[in-house]
Design a protein around this ligand. Structure first.
Ligand SMILES: C[S@@+](CC[C@H](N)C(=O)[O-])C[C@H]1O[C@@H](n2cnc3c(N)ncnc32)[C@H](O)[C@@H]1O
Length: 319
């Protein structure tokens, strides 16, 4: 029984970070005139109306996209400006629709690219299918396990692939399933670009997952940790999110350095709001002793850059 519905969370701070990074990766990989295979392993419904009951219930978008919507694009860092351009593409004057990952990726595809968007929820899959129908037969909304589809899609004939892995982590076993699928994917296709999202929670599984991904046999990795607030008094609750990119494209790190201080300022919910960028795994801290420390789940080595640096460089020839 799947209880998770992304509509509750659509357009929140986690979506902003994840979508902005995924779009940057897609844009960069498309600089080369070779077909790209895109796999969205956990796609959700693809598009959400701010009037829908589930969206209105928690209205999380008001702490994410909703805050950015009234701002002038010219004042945004490049990473966020490009993301907002996708949001504006499906809206008129008012913010009415929150595009999900699959719609955002589909909107940016070239005719030579393809997208497999996987969603197993019996209610969300038909919505996804309808949302993606206008994009033609190279864009597929599959009612299928995203981990299984990942195996089927890799390695792609063109040797170019972008994977967005965004599980709901509803049950603890999702962490192990995701790691197993990623290890298999990397073994089959080590040069793919993998964008992996996970929640920032005070849980052993989260810290272990981050370490496991950062220890995968891929030369380049980028870990972006975006904390928006303290945990609740009982230590529970979403504090923010992590995005890890295996084989991050050229310029992504710099784009994040420019965007993150701004995002912290715009979307931070209390004074603990912060970000960290890492390129290697943090040292192992056993869960038992970690409990008694600062209670922060972010990584240890900060690599902040001064705010207000130049705009996002993406023009290096693709690898
Ligand atoms: C976090 S949401 C996805 C949000 C979406 N990627 C976005 O950014 O708009 C995770 C989704 O994965 C679906 N899901 C859970 N297990 C899955 C699986 N094994 N394969 C495909 N989809 C799955 C859930 O029903 C849920 O809609």
């Amino acid at each position: 029984m799947l209880a998770y519905r992304h509509a509750f969370h659509a357009g929140n701070h986690a979506d902003v970070l994840k979508h902005a990074i995924a779009l940057y990766c897609l844009d960069y990989l498309q600089q080369k005139p070779v077909g790209l295979t895109v796999v969205d392993t956990h796609a959700g419904a693809g598009r959400y109306s701010v009037d829908a009951k589930l969206v209105r219930d928690k209205a999380e978008y008001q702490t994410g996209v909703g805050r950015l919507w009234p701002m002038k694009d010219a004042n945004m860092p490049g990473l966020i400006r490009d993301y907002m351009a996708q949001i504006r593409l499906v809206n008129d004057e008012q913010l009415q629709y929150l595009p999900g990952s699959a719609l955002m990726l589909a909107q940016q595809l070239r005719p030579i690219d393809s997208l497999r968007a996987c969603e197993i929820h019996p209610t969300d899959h038909p919505i996804l299918q309808e949302t993606l129908a206008p994009f033609g037969r190279k864009v597929k909304a599959l009612k299928s396990d995203g981990f299984v589809q990942l195996k089927a899609a890799l390695p792609p004939i063109s040797r170019r692939a972008l994977v967005l892995m965004d599980p709901s982590f509803e049950i603890k076993t999702d962490y192990d399933k995701a790691i197993t699928a990623l290890r298999d994917a990397v073994a089959r296709f080590a040069s793919g670009c993998y964008v992996i999202w996970l929640p920032m929670l005070q849980r052993f599984e989260v810290d272990r997952f981050v370490r496991q991904v950062m220890n995968m046999p891929v030369a380049n990795k980028l870990h972006v940790a975006f904390r928006v607030r303290d945990p609740l008094k009982d230590g529970l609750g979403l504090m923010g999110s992590h995005v890890i990119v295996l084989n991050p494209p050229y310029g992504l790190e710099q784009a994040c350095r420019e965007a993150m201080p701004w995002l912290v300022k715009q979307l931070g919910q209390d004074p603990s709001a912060s970000f960290e960028l890492l390129k290697e795994a943090k040292p192992f801290v056993p869960a038992a002793s970690a409990k008694g420390t600062s209670g922060r789940s972010g990584p240890t080595r900060r690599t902040r850059s001064p705010a207000g640096t130049s705009s996002t460089p993406r023009s290096r020839p693709p690898q």
